[in-house]
Write a protein that binds this ligand. Structure first.
Ligand code: FES
Length: 124
């Protein structure tokens, strides 16, 4: 499966129609992206193609359906992992990171048995 996005930016909108540009951070790099659209659309418009890596092989992935059905666009947004970037509206100042592999499950000490270790399923 290719990770090259199937989407491309069509003709630029007229200035009166275009949304204001917002500044976001993707993997700690500042990006000026068009506002008023999803995080996925904004990142694609800025040339980002790799949104996440698969948990098993680390293969690169990018948005596929752009409607919340495929999970290929998962990223971490403002510290919250596994956000579907195609369903979140981009906001000025967002801090976005590509999602690398499997997410850790939050460890809940109150729920753990006395024999449980503080490692998750990935040994971290
Ligand atoms: S692109 Fe398919 S869920 Fe976001």
């Amino acid at each position: 499966m290719t990770s090259k996005p199937l989407f491309r930016v069509l003709a630029p909108l007229a200035p009166a129609v275009a949304d204001a540009t917002v500044q976001i951070w993707f993997n700690d790099q500042p990006l000026d992206v068009p506002g008023g659209r999803s995080v996925a659309a904004a990142l694609l418009a800025a040339g980002v193609q790799r949104f996440r890596a698969t948990p098993v092989t680390g293969a690169p992935r990018g948005p596929y359906c752009m409607m919340g059905a495929c999970f290929e666009c998962l990223v971490e947004i403002d510290g919250v992992p596994s956000r579907k970037s195609c369903l979140v509206t981009v906001q000025d100042g967002m801090r976005i990171h590509s999602q690398e592999g499997a997410r850790d499950l939050p460890f809940d000490a109150d729920q753990a048995s006395p024999h449980a270790t503080q490692e998750n399923a990935h040994g971290r």
